[in-house]
Design a protein around this ligand. Structure first.
Ligand code: NDP
Length: 279
């Protein structure tokens, strides 16, 4: 039976380190958060960010813009925050109204204030192993793996999902640990080869958003399983991996909820402290 890899205890330990780092800063760091229009999911995320930030001694500056804000007006707003020396980090909450392209917007956030680590300059630094601001979810996965004490050197790792925010940057971080990384995606599934690859994984990380995509019987005996997926099924939140069957084979497995999620917001705060130091 697998050991549960819970995010909360690791998050608490990192938060303690952040509290100390904040005490040593000259000023309380300021995180500017921008939300465009109404969205219940984003509001819940903002609430949790605010609570975590304030619990650490961070000033959470919330800017709510109306739903009819244009792309140009949002860029102007971001540029004002870029030049405001009292602001250390900027986050634009998702989802944005359909007429605003997030990929375009994220390029206007100053890389040293990009606390989500998604600016091309920050993503590019990962390739050179020189990133100080990492995308939050991949950083959370690396912390979970680190907590197992297992050396990733030479390990067969399979990452399922190749999005810009999770799978792609994560595969580069794993490569930097000298793991042998195989990245699977929709093409792998369509070619009927997903099971074949997953079965080889000593470490399996799944970030797709499809409940039950990874069958329990595909999990290699003793594998470490990190399930990033979040899916609502019949009023319950579940991941992408068949948990009950997988936990019988894995050595470590993340619960959903309670695995990656609690660490992601902590990584955002760690990035803010990094950003404050870079400025
Ligand atoms: P995206 O939708 O951007 O990416 C999903 C990825 O899965 C894509 O690469 C897609 O490939 C691939 N994919 C889709 N269907 C299949 C399939 N049948 N087999 C193999 N690969 C497939 O999602 P995100 O990366 O943003 O998020 C992934 C999941 O993680 C979601 O459930 C999200 O809610 C969750 N999440 C959780 C976080 C947390 O803190 N716990 C944070 C961020 C995300 P293609 O694009 O080619 O179709």
């Amino acid at each position: 039976m697998a050991r549960l890899l819970e995010g909360k205890p690791i998050a608490e330990k990192i938060k303690e380190e952040l509290r100390q780092a904040i005490i040593n800063l000259e000023h309380k760091p300021v995180l500017a958060s921008i939300m465009v229009g109404e969205n219940a999911g984003a509001e819940a995320y903002v609430k949790s960010q605010k609570k975590t930030a304030e619990g650490l001694g961070i000033v959470y500056q919330f800017h709510k813009l109306s739903g009819d804000t244009s792309e140009g007006a949002l860029i102007d707003f971001i540029q004002k925050l870029n030049t405001d020396n009292s602001v250390n980090g900027i986050i634009v909450q998702m989802p944005l109204p359909a007429k605003i392209d997030y990929k375009k917007i994220s390029q206007f956030i100053l890389p040293t204030k990009d606390v989500e680590g998604l600016h091309p300059a920050n993503i590019g630094k990962i390739v050179f192993g020189k990133a100080s601001i990492l995308p939050c979810t991949p950083a959370a996965v690396m912390e979970l793996l680190n907590s197992t004490g297992v050396d990733l050197y030479g390990k067969e790792i399979v990452v399922v999902g190749h999005s810009e925010i999770v799978g792609k940057p994560l595969s580069l971080l794993l490569l930097d640990k000298f793991a042998t990384v195989c990245v699977c995606h929709i093409g792998t599934s369509k070619a009927g080869k997903l099971a074949e690859h997953v079965k080889t994984a000593e470490v399996l990380i799944v970030a797709v958003g499809k409940a039950g995509l990874i069958k329990g019987e595909w999990i290699k005996e003793g594998a470490i399983v990190i399930d990033v997926g979040i899916n609502r099924v019949a009023d319950k939140i579940v991941g992408d991996v068949e948990f009950e069957a997988a936990e019988k084979r894995a050595s470590y497995i993340t619960p959903v909820p309670g695995g990656v999620g609690p660490l992601t917001v902590t990584m955002l705060m760690r990035n803010l402290i990094e950003a404050a130091k870079l400025q």
